[in-house]
Design a protein around this ligand. Structure first.
Ligand code: AMP
Length: 291
């Protein structure tokens, strides 16, 4: 496993593989790796002959009051987690390497960020699109794998890759969960034991909204009101609970087709997000059994 720090070295490695007829998959991460990240890496190794994992806590996607400084960083542990998997290179850029002095380019999408997490995290998706465009520019992957836990992020990347003709296939990976249903996240380690006990109620609530849709409920305002109230009773501060179109992320008022049920909540200092796809007349789609 090569651990690469410089962009030119990473570019050369990737180009060398592709010139030899191999395919390259990229799994972008911010480190603090857990089973969710590792599942993406395993999926990448099924799709391409070479796998690159990037580890970079990207400052441009954090707002001034967010957790950039205290975001968990432990490269040695991350490298140990990856050691048993088929990984050909781990690219660990530096902030100054990615954003040297004089840097002034931005990547903005006109509509997808104006929903959901983008409303409170106003610079977040511009920062994500920028860093992923740069990662793609260096690695030039054939495939890149992203997790559906960050549903809005996946849509932003898919849109950007299509709009800019980046020639990379975006692979969506289902959310990997703890046995009680909580979506795995690097930020779960911030949860106090009491909050950790409450946290699975987020997914349980989304499932209950999905189940009502499956049973024929169509009034999203009512479903959202009931869901919000369940989340608040469980102890969450609700940032949003929405039902929206899975492509545009526009709100859906009458649920007559497949709908994204998505939420962001707070427990103490920890912000949690989760989502599922609900289908009228069908049990909620999930890779996880009911908690
Ligand atoms: P992050 O390190 O949080 O930026 O995440 C890196 C990638 O891993 C993103 O594509 C995330 O969507 C994905 N990811 C994070 N948590 C999970 C999870 N529980 N299941 C599946 N993918 C995940």
């Amino acid at each position: 496993m090569n651990v690469v720090h410089s962009a030119p070295e990473m570019r050369q490695l990737s180009r060398h593989w592709q010139m030899s007829g191999e395919t390259v998959a990229l799994v972008p991460t911010m480190g603090a790796l857990h089973e969710g990240h590792l599942a993406l890496v395993t999926a990448a190794s099924r799709e391409a002959s070479r796998v690159v994992v990037s580890i970079f806590v990207n400052p441009t996607q954090f707002g001034p009051s967010e957790d950039f400084d205290r975001y968990p960083r432990d490269l040695d542990t991350d490298l140990r987690s990856l050691a048993g998997l088929k990984v050909d290179a781990v690219w660990v850029p530096s902030v100054s390497g990615m954003y040297p002095s004089g840097f002034q380019t931005s990547v903005e999408l006109a509509r997808l960020p104006n929903h959901l997490c983008g409303l409170s995290r106003t610079c977040h998706f511009g920062g994500v699109a920028l860093v992923v465009a740069k990662l793609f520019g260096v690695v030039r992957p054939d495939i890149a794998v992203f997790g559906l836990k960050d549903f809005q992020q996946v849509r932003v990347i898919e849109r950007m890759a299509a709009d800019l003709d980046l020639g990379v296939r975006i692979l969506r990976h289902p959310t990997v969960r703890e046995t009680d249903g909580l979506a795995m996240s690097s930020r779960n380690r911030y949860l106090s034991p009491g909050d950790r006990a409450i946290a699975p109620a987020l997914y349980a609530t989304l499932r209950s909204v999905g189940a009502k849709v499956a049973l024929g409920a169509t009034d999203s305002a009512q479903l959202i009101a009931e869901g919000r109230s369940a989340l608040e009773s469980a102890g969450f501060t609700v940032e949003y609970l929405n039902m929206c179109d899975p492509d545009t992320l526009d709100d859906v008022s009458n649920v007559d087709h497949l709908v994204l049920v998505i939420a962001a909540v707070r427990l103490g200092v920890t912000r949690l997000i989760d989502n599922l796809i609900a289908v009228p007349g069908a049990i909620p789609q999930t890779a996880h059994p009911a908690p």
